[in-house]
Design a protein around this ligand. Structure first.
Ligand code: MG
Length: 371
């Protein structure tokens, strides 16, 4: 089998607000083959830049565009092609946009391999430990603790057993932070899991004080309390924190995650459409499994990302948790025709070949950016 065409398709809703929402602007990647099989992937990053990472022509060594690297290759050699893409872009790549773009190609290649073998991706990754994955949903903290309590009530209505609050007013004042988390906990009770995303708010000493303050409220994890590049700070905090520390949604390649794990981070959060794809996610969960840590996907864009995350989590022994995005964007709600639904707080893993999803061509055409 040979790759005959690589299509980076930029989708964007008419009004993209400057809010932390990955559902407004995405790059879908379709890889076509001479066998008539087409694979689907997604990149959640700066779509204009990542599209250019595909379309850039060949140049001097190790600075080629991804499409030129992939054309005429055998798409079933997924891991060899990951290394080829990584190496042949390494003058401008290694981290950042080039790896984000590689994620979309990698997911599409796994989709092709599954379709070619007639197997869901979780089977290619070693088989399913579960047919459904427990969901957690995330939302910004409300403006006031009462607002946060109301948001928690909405989650209870949705029958979610795990929720995450983050950002917004959180992080500036210890008593305000405590009031918000307490408000959420009072509504959720202790039978539901509550996670807190601190949004890079502190230095490690302050983060430790907040972790100690929040520990009696039994939060499941404290996410990104420090700057993503404060690796030394993570090392200090993780040694001392009474609550598990989560990080890694901005990290890429297994090397970044190896570093976070060595610093003591308890839960790492790769985003499959950003970190380097399913190939990287699998490497990460092999590390977390060997070292007694946990990987939980960051997943906040389209149903393509969700489906890939579900296949990954189905294949991981302690992988029974996925982020489920409830944003109203059509790119989240409608792009995938058979979007895996939320049922009693869990999400079924697609069982068809490859990712097991189908794109809605009308949505694809409606939101496609014309260049
Ligand atoms: Mg986060």
């Amino acid at each position: 089998m040979k790759i005959t065409n690589v299509e980076p398709i930029h989708l964007r809703v008419p009004n993209v607000e400057a809010i932390p929402d990955g559902t407004l602007d995405v790059l879908v990647v379709r890889i076509h083959t001479d066998a008539g099989i087409t694979g689907i992937g997604e990149v959640t990053s700066q779509s204009y830049v990542c599209k250019a990472c595909f379309e850039a022509p060949r140049s001097a060594a190790r600075r080629h565009g991804l499409t030129s690297i992939l054309l005429d290759e055998n798409p079933l050699d997924v891991e060899r092609l990951w290394h080829k893409m990584y190496y042949q872009t390494n003058r401008y790549g290694r981290r950042g946009a080039a790896i984000h773009a590689i994620s979309g190609a990698d997911i599409a290649l796994w989709d092709i391999k599954g379709k070619a073998e007639g197997k869901p991706i979780y089977d290619l990754l070693g088989g399913a430990h579960r047919q459904t994955v427990r969901a957690y949903a995330s939302v910004l903290f409300g403006d006031t603790p009462d607002d946060t309590a109301q948001l928690a009530r909405d989650f209870v209505q949705l029958e979610l057993s795990a929720v995450k609050f983050g950002w917004g007013p959180f992080g500036k004042d210890a008593q305000v932070d405590l009031a918000h988390v307490r408000a959420a906990r009072e509504v959720l009770g202790y039978q539901r899991d509550l996670y807190v995303d601190a949004g890079h708010a502190w230095q490690w000493e302050t983060a430790l004080q907040r972790a100690e303050m929040l520990a009696p409220l039994k939060i499941g994890w404290l996410e990104e309390p420090l700057s993503q590049d404060d690796r030394r700070g993570y090392g200090e905090l993780c040694k001392r924190s009474p609550v598990p520390i989560a990080a890694g949604e901005g990290d890429v390649t297994h090397w970044d995650f190896e570093d976070l794990i060595e610093r003591g981070v308890h839960i790492v959060q790769p985003d499959v459409a950003f970190c380097g794809g399913l190939t990287v996610c699998r490497q990460v969960s092999q590390m977390t499994e060997a070292l007694g840590r946990r990987a939980v996907p960051h997943c906040f864009s389209t149903g393509i990302n969700l489906a890939a995350s579900l296949h990954w989590m189905a294949s991981v022994p302690n992988g029974d948790l996925v982020e489920y995005c409830l944003r109203p964007s059509p790119l989240m709600r409608k792009l995938v025709r058979n979007l895996p639904p939320l049922i009693d707080g869990r999400v079924p893993v697609p069982t068809g070949p490859g990712l097991g999803i189908e794109l809605d061509e009308e949505i694809l055409n409606q939101y496609r950016v014309k260049y």
